[in-house]
Design a protein around this ligand. Sequence first.
Ligand code: ADP
Length: 482
Amino acid sequence: MQLNNPDLLKNSSFIHGQWVESPQSFEVINPANEQVVANIFEVTPSQLEMAVNAATSAQKEWQALTADERAQRLMQWYALIIDNQQDLAQIMTAEQGKPLSEASGEVVYGANYIKWYAEEARRTNGAVLPMNNKNQRALVIKRPVGVVSAITPWNFPGAMILRKASAALAAGCSFIVKPSELTPLSALALAELANQAGIPAGVFNVVVGSNAQPIGEVLTMHPKINKFSFTGSTPVGKKLLAQCASTVKKTSMELGGNAPFIIFDDADLEKAIDGVMRSKFRNAGQTCVCANRIFVQRNILSEFVAQLTNKLNTLKIGDGTTEGITLGPLINHCAIDKVNALVKDAIEKGAQVITHKSEMPVKGFFYRPTLLIDVTPEMKIFNREIFGPIASVIVFDTETEVIQLANQTQFGLCSYAFTENISRLWRLSEQLEFGMVGINEGVLSNPLAPFGGIKESGMGREGGSWGIDEYLETRYVCIGNV
Ligand code: ADP
């Protein structure tokens, strides 16, 4: 990997402003060529304890700064991330596989959360309530929750950390994150830049290890940690949520999705196809908001399939560092097996298959982009998060029917619908049971808006004023005998 700033390539946990090594290490693999990118020191139990203690003492000083002072340091972090955008993108592509252009987009997207929350830090306003007793006054103030821990996934190795850390730090919290063992390098590079930006020692810590469970137990059960924020799969989230119950931690959970993507016959088909391509094939289909079930109204089905097949064949598959590549590999072999099992089940139950035509790379965890038609609710692929470049298409006749089918899932993260009918637009916004609804839009995440799910897709929101509230306590102050 050729970096302008080789200092960004780190190989150990970052605790209390120090890089801490240990006797054992684990490998990070490049999914595009199966080669070792780095060996990373495993965090030890005593280092984890050190991280919690460092975050506890640093938080006191961090919250004592003015919001302006915190904002200045956050803006420096933002500026350094932008200055190092290309190197951060190189690191991300090497460990995660996404095309360089997507990685570089993710760096800016994540950094924009820092900028947004640096500004929002100044607006964590309280309230003065008109009291109903003459000799009392009632106030509401906002206080940082304290020490925050987080566990993040491999699909967005930078942004999932920055979405949480930006709001937490702006609110006056300290932060300990365990990134995915598959993609720790982006997290460590962000820590190096946080350090250079003057974020005080102990305020932003990264702990890395390949054995998630014991680290997770500390981060969810340690009494000195006040809040836990997770992005990952629903089964793991449920387990971690239960662990948080032991100390009644405040929690935010951003879990799995099963997004419906509904295309009505009154939609602008070209825009809808473009939306499908962006929503479905970004990050090789490995996002929790990816179009998971594409519902197409019957009378436009054949036109839709013809146009999508053409688009599918424009995808350029390969190592994300190569110019022009638009689809990278899946994260590992296990991911390929999972997708294969879903496709096999769908075919056995009657789905029709159209696959991408071009040559596939020989090395790496690549999966051929595939279109499945005639998918039905009986198939596993209708009910599970696919996390791969498979567009699964279900035909429908009426609006009532498709809303019922779309809601027929325990997940409730993101949904999409394409229609030019404004009354329908309102009905869908209200009746689709999802935390987010994209109307005539395939990609909707934005620092100013509340990202998050309902049902088994989680709780809490990231982004906007809702996102910083997750890291603030509401305190009622009553002044008597006035
Ligand atoms: P994904 O399917 O996206 O890999 P996971 O939920 O398995 O989602 O992983 C998301 C994050 O959760 C990763 O950082 C992973 O290391 C961590 N993780 C997985 N299992 C556990 C566990 N039992 N305890 C704590 N963290 C875990």
